[in-house]
Write a protein that binds this ligand. Structure first.
Ligand SMILES: [Zn+2]
Length: 245
């Protein structure tokens, strides 16, 4: 019994110290409620972390005239010129924003988040944010106003720095596709259940994942219900943890 208690204590201590070292924030973002009649409005945000383009989603957005905010990395921009061209050809639908230069989490201490190594220092966070903005500027189009870090987790001091660099930080309120790892059915269910004021996050860079099919189904269900889609630029987003104020 003593041994058990000791090992439990050790575990509790370990958890406590890991918790301290690991004060990471996953901020939320909501749109101001519309307060008028209608189906409400939501913001669809799609991350393009790296890899390719899910043309199921891209085509569905164009065909159904669903506006979206796309968070792109420098890596993704380089490899997906054709998709970028389609997005740029529909400026009424697509707002491109900053998902970092190299898709490293905006966490200024060295650690791993979901298996991805963090930026690890304030300078590296700054480089990630600025190189992402520079890549977007280099691809033509308006300057980025929003930033979302890889994994959407941040250290508090990184949030303050990103705000000083002039970006709002894009949290979310509905995790649509669980990092693109959910099945089609669950993804469709989560997105289809979005309410007035929600900010949905999903991915547009995993064409082989089942989740992409669910993203399309969920969006069409929302549209069917009369939901209006807005980009982050067009709505007043309110985030917590000092991400937008
Ligand atoms: Zn990402």
């Amino acid at each position: 019994m003593g041994l058990l208690r000791n090992s439990l204590c050790a575990m509790a201590l370990f958890a406590a110290s890991a918790g301290n070292a690991a004060t990471l924030l996953e901020p939320t973002l909501h749109l101001k409620p519309q307060g008028v009649e209608g189906g409400g409005r939501v913001a669809l945000t799609l991350d393009a972390c790296g890899g390719k383009t899910d043309t199921r989603i891209l085509s569905a957005l164009v065909d159904n005239r669903i506006p979206a905010t796309i968070f792109v990395t420098g890596i993704w921009l380089k490899r997906n010129a054709e998709a970028v061209e389609i997005m740029r050809a529909h400026p009424d639908l697509f707002e491109l924003e900053n998902h970092g230069g190299r898709h490293v989490p905006a966490v200024d201490t060295p650690r791993k988040i979901f298996g991805i190594r963090s930026a690890g220092s304030p300078d590296a966070v700054q480089a990630e944010v600025e190189s992402g903005a520079a890549a977007l500027a280099g691809a033509g189009g308006p300057a980025a106003k929003w930033f979302r870090g890889a994994t959407a987790e941040y250290s508090p001091s990184a949030i303050a720095m990103i705000r000083r660099l002039g970006f709002k930080i894009a949290g979310f309120s509905v995790n649509g596709d669980g990092g693109s790892l959910l099945g089609a059915k669950e993804t469709a269910r989560r997105i289809g259940a979005a309410k007035d004021g929600d900010v949905i996050i999903a991915h547009i860079n995993q064409p082989t994942h089942a989740a992409g099919e669910g993203v399309v189904q969920g969006l069409l269900a929302l549209k069917q219900k009369g939901m209006t889609f807005v980009r982050l630029d067009d709505a007043e987003g309110v985030g917590n943890d000092g991400t937008t104020d």
